[in-house]
Design a protein around this ligand. Sequence first.
Ligand code: C2E
Ligand code: MG
Ligand code: MG
Ligand code: MG
Length: 273
Amino acid sequence: ALQGMPQAPGLLPVTPSERLGIGRIRLESQLREALAGRGLELGLQPLLDVDRNQVAGYEALVRWNHPERGPISPAEFVALAEETSLIVPVGEYVMDAACEAVAALVRAGHGSPFVAVNVSARQLGHPGLVERIVARADAARLPRGSLKLEITESQALDYTLVGEVISLCHGHGIKVALDDFGTGYSHLAHLHRLDFDVLKVDQAFSRHMLADPRAMSVVEAIVQLGRALSAEIVVEGIETPAQLEVLRRLGCQFAQGYLIGRPRLLQEILAAA
Ligand code: C2E
Ligand code: MG
Ligand code: MG
Ligand code: MG
């Protein structure tokens, strides 16, 4: 009942605003200003097609350039945005910028990359989510097949809603990924009835797979699970050539991580080519 109402920070569990040492209300109003002005930016991180050894697409990762704090990671402010419903306009900013960025890459001769956009549990319930991204893609003249949505597992996820969003996306030719696979809350119980196109293996597994045979076995098993469910597999957090070699050996389709490339602004990608 108190949702959206001002509360004394001391009454809340540790929140992003507390971690950042900024009052929640102040942070919220600064995020509103960022949305209205040019405070948010879009990072694009490449995904490597492991077989072809070329960039196949990008994940859109939002950045907040805070006037006093410098860049703030979405890990810090997405939770705040979710609590305050600001996640809806933040998500719209990301979808719009992502579609425009990919259209610009296509125009600049970067092939026809896909773009994957993160959506949080809170956004899923917002009517018009899928229609909006479809409208943006059409406006940017992108084939709908170049869009993916990434849904992160969390306790807040309503699986009926997820199922509806997946069918809606499939109706428009949009693929849906289950993000941070393996770290969340009982994914497996829902996997058989949710038709995810992509499983994204969290970096928690790739980080340890070379040193720890058990972590390696888990990655191997997830790759096989993906194959059995006809889902593509992306492994996140690939930082070394040895890790990439493992993915090649396992027959995993996509690799993402600092070895392939860090998130960069569109202008940086265009300038580097
Ligand atoms: P995610 O979707 O799992 O994104 C991957 C995160 O891992 C990104 O952090 C990325 O920069 C980082 N990363 C990529 N490669 C490597 C690597 O090789 N090593 C390490 N150590 N890290 C790597 P980032 O950008 O801070 O995003 C954090 C999370 O915030 C994302 O996790 C995603 O869940 C959420 N997020 C990001 N953008 C959005 C957005 O536009 N909307 C929503 N709702 N959530 C977003
Ligand atoms: Mg993601
Ligand atoms: Mg992830
Ligand atoms: Mg992750």
